[in-house]
Design a binder for this molecule. Structure first.
Ligand SMILES: O=c1ccn([C@@H]2O[C@H](COP(=O)(O)OP(=O)(O)O[C@H]3O[C@H](CO)[C@@H](O)[C@H](O)[C@H]3O)[C@@H](O)[C@H]2O)c(=O)[nH]1
Ligand SMILES: [Mn+2]
Length: 722
């Protein structure tokens, strides 16, 4: 790499240059207004393969920063001790590194709601049981639909009970990174990023993720970034080399001007440009111009190279590990380590998707940098808060809680959300759940954006002296170097010039091979939308019946509880509406298939699979998103159950209208419920019937949904006969 001629600072701007700023597409790149990473989805984690063997201690969910005045903190003397460092004295006296607060008002409201709802639900079940007994005797209404309604209620109640755990004891956490010990005493951190296919995950976005991680506000000699390329693509390797070249300018620029946004794409597409103390300076203006130019060149190089992305992915390739380096060694110290890893892939060898990729990264990084903590990022995420590593250390360096903590989960937010966040990209419901779990035994891992300890993964005490090597080989595989690295005091073998010796290269080949964990322990372990069968002859509840009040109470209090939760996080009524809508869409589409998947899996009819989400967006999609218009260009399979439910509901409602006039009292409640569903999900009707743009619901899906709901309706009629 020949750019040692260029100074590492960013002087030498050419006047008159007009920068091409990074576009701001609707990429999954996660961000949150307050600057934290956050989760995308939970639940389907194990699909990605191996990490089931990762049995862990408690986790922690990092909360939004809340500056609690210092006096309010219970400022006991804190002595911090991290893996590999011991800090006592002055800096630790300033107060705790982190504080956990119980959200008392939410807790009280939650428990009161739980209590009242539980009484109402008990009343409903008492009523159902007595009515069912009566129906069995008198046959006044058809039995089967009534039993189906009861089953639906049991399922919903079960789900409700499960969800109350999140509300039992919500907590909030605050961290004080300014109280961390000086940089020399901070432990190293490895960052693991996975990518798989440059044609679906455009290199520019992936490299932005890599660069944002390299620019974390952390001592550069203690930060190592690894990109694992499952595609073994020369396009990705080339992009990493380009990213390294650009980062040589970008990282010092970020540090010098204390940038908040350190993902170049996010930086150039808006936001604040530097710490305010630099804003007027001409030096800053000049440096910014130069770095913009470099980014432009970088972008061009990547785009030119990406033309060949499609055919560049291979499923049959040897392992490659390349550590980015430079001739100028003194400069190198200022740069975090950047390593390209592409594990071996061979046809017929199960590779366990992202889980398998992370396992390889754990092994490879163990002999290169061996940091006690690692951060996992998806290639479509970026670190939007440079202090996140320090924030995580506020937990790991707190001796009172660190032995208990396996991971610190950061939130994940989507960047460039439309004004009203129609897709619920802030994922607040999951975030609220996380805070609830944190108040119990700790949140789950959400797949990425978490810091974890190596120790938790290895499942053994890394300070132990008398480890039985043969036993370790059985569990961790044949690499001597890797086994030595288990000990915390192990010195990784990478020389200062970052050029691995032949011996290390050989070891890396072994560790990244696809057969490495064969026969090892390491290798081995590794809401339903209420199904509204609203058949018009089955009265859900007579309005004049006193029980109606109980049903209405449950319905309304649940809605109000949701709105209260949304308000308590400072959001608006509209947010509540969109959250509900997205919940319903997920229920009808994703959860439906998740359940199907789980059943097929159990029956052994399904092979674990993972289809990579496509991160390429077109301008039309961006435009729709900015306008707050739903994009239904998803796979027809995903949309069909959702649309079928909608059509079914709409048909039942329409057919039922005349009957409401005849038997108002009997049918009013269910007509209102039906109507509620129709209104909340109006965007589906719009997508099926009214819209004509390319993001509408395809005619094919609409037709299939009509056919399906007609079938269900006919079956409903048949059911009524029994
Ligand atoms: O064989 C594979 C497949 C995927 N990936 C990477 O895994 C990550 C997640 O894949 P993506 O297609 O973006 O999946 P999503 O559905 O967006 O990801 C969610 O679901 C994943 C699987 O449950 C979790 O790992 C993620 O953290 C979570 O954000 C990406 O960086 C991929 O490059 C690989 O490295 N190898
Ligand atoms: Mn993703």
């Amino acid at each position: 790499m020949k750019h040692n001629a260029e100074s590492k600072t960013v002087d030498g701007a050419k006047p008159g240059y007009s920068p091409v700023c990074g576009r701001a597409p609707v990429r999954n790149h996660a961000t949150n207004t307050k600057g934290k990473l956050w989760i995308q989805n939970s639940g389907c984690k194990s699909r990605s393969g191996q990490p089931e063997h990762v049995v862990l201690r408690k986790g922690i969910l990092r909360d939004e920063d809340e500056q609690i005045p210092h006096e309010k903190i219970n400022s006991e003397q804190v002595q911090t001790r991290g893996e590999g460092c011991s800090i006592e004295g002055k800096e630790a006296m300033d107060g705790p590194l982190n504080v956990r607060r119980v959200l008392w008002s939410n807790l009280l409201i939650n428990r009161l709601h739980m209590f009242l709802n539980a009484i109402a639900i008990s009343a409903v079940f008492y009523y159902r049981a007595t009515t069912l007994l009566r129906i069995i005797q008198t046959r006044e209404t058809p039995l089967v639909p009534y039993v189906l309604v009861i089953i639906a209620e049991i399922v919903l109640t079960f789900l409700w009970v499960l969800h109350q755990a999140y509300r039992w004891r919500p907590v909030k956490r605050s961290v004080y990174p300014e109280r961390l010990p000086e940089d020399e005493k901070l432990p190293p951190v490895d960052v693991f990023i996975c990518t798989a296919d440059p044609s679906k995950e455009p290199s520019l976005g992936v490299m932005n993720t890599v660069i944002s991680a390299m620019s974390l506000d952390y001592p550069p000699d203690k930060l190592s970034v690894y990109l694992q390329d499952d595609g073994g693509s020369h396009v990705t390797l080339h992009a990493v080399r380009e990213a390294w070249k650009f980062a040589r300018f970008w990282v010092p620029f970020c540090r010098k001007y204390e940038l908040k946004a350190r993902c170049p794409e996010a930086y150039f597409s808006g936001g604040e440009s530097a710490h305010e103390k630099f804003l007027g300076s001409s030096e800053f203006a000049a440096d910014k111009k130069t770095v913009e130019k470099r980014y432009d060149e970088f972008q061009e190089a990547i785009e030119k190279n990406s033309v060949n992305a499609k055919g560049s992915v291979s499923r049959d390739h040897p392992p490659t590990v390349e550590v980015m380096t430079d001739e100028n060694i003194s400069d190198l110290k200022e740069m975090p380590l950047l390593v390209y890893v592409s594990r071996e892939k061979r046809p017929g060898h199960p590779h366990h998707f992202k889980g398998g990729a992370l396992n390889v990264l754990l092994r490879v990084s163990a002999v290169i940098s061996n940091a006690p903590y690692f951060l996992v990022l998806d290639c479509d995420m970026y670190c939007d808060d440079p202090s996140s590593a320090r924030q995580a250390m506020c937990f790991y360096l707190d001796p009172k809680i660190s032995p208990e903590i396996a991971w610190v989960q950061f939130p994940q937010k989507f960047r460039d959300m439309s004004e009203h966040d129609i897709y619920d990209g802030r994922l607040n419901p999951i975030w609220r759940e996380g805070q609830g779990l944190d108040g119990l035994r700790g949140p789950t891992i959400y797949g990425c954006n978490f810091f974890m300890t190596r120790e938790a993964i290895y499942g053994l005490d890394r300070t132990q002296k008398d480890i039985d090597i043969n036993q370790l080989k059985k569990s961790l595989g044949a690499s001597n170097e890797f086994i030595k690295s288990i000990n915390r005091s192990y010195n990784p073998q990478l020389p200062e010039d970052r050029k691995p010796s032949d011996a290390l290269k050989k070891e890396l080949q072994l560790l990244a091979s696809c057969t490495y964990d064969n026969d090892t322990q390491w290798g081995e372990e590794a809401s339903i939308l209420p199904l509204d069968l609203r058949i018009q002859h089955l009265p859900l509840q007579r309005v004049s019946d006193p029980m109606f009040i109980v049903f209405a109470f449950i319905f309304i209090s649940s809605l109000l509880k949701h709105v209260q939760e949304v308000f308590s996080y400072g959001d608006s009524f509209r947010t509540a509406l969109y959250e509900m809508r997205v919940w319903m869409m997920k229920s009808g589409a994703c959860y439906f298939f998740a359940i199907l998947n789980a059943i097929l899996d159990r029956l052994g009819l399904l092979q674990a699979n993972f289809s990579l989400t496509n991160k390429v967006v077109d301008d039309e999609q961006v435009r729709r998103h900015q306008l707050g218009i739903y994009d239904f260009q998803a796979s027809p399979l995903i949309l069909t159950p959702l649309c079928s439910l909608y059509v079914l509901n709409l048909a039942a409602f329409t057919i039922g209208i005349p009957k409401i006039f005849q038997k108002g009292d009997e049918l009013l409640a269910q007509a209102l419920l039906s109507f509620f569903g129709i209104i909340i999900n109006y965007h589906l009707l719009d997508g099926m019937v009214l819209r004509s743009d390319s993001g509408r619901i395809s005619l094919f899906v609409t037709m299939v949904s009509v056919a399906l709901s007609a079938t269900v309706l006919s079956c409903g009629y048949l059911l009524l006969l029994y």
